[in-house]
Unconditional design. Structure first.
Length: 48
């Protein structure tokens, strides 16, 4: 059931980024530093 939600979310995200590229880019610019920080922390936990 969880995989279906992820797939639907990805499809909606792609459709949104195609329909509103400027808004999607600004959202991406706002979220990306947080995503990178969380990713680095998770990698640190795995390798640490």
């Amino acid at each position: 059931m969880g995989k279906i939600h992820i797939i639907i979310g990805i499809i909606i995200g792609i459709m949104f980024s195609v329909a509103y590229p400027d808004m999607a880019q600004s959202i991406n610019d706002a979220i990306m530093p947080t995503v990178q920080a969380v990713g680095e922390r998770i990698i640190g936990w795995i390798l640490g």
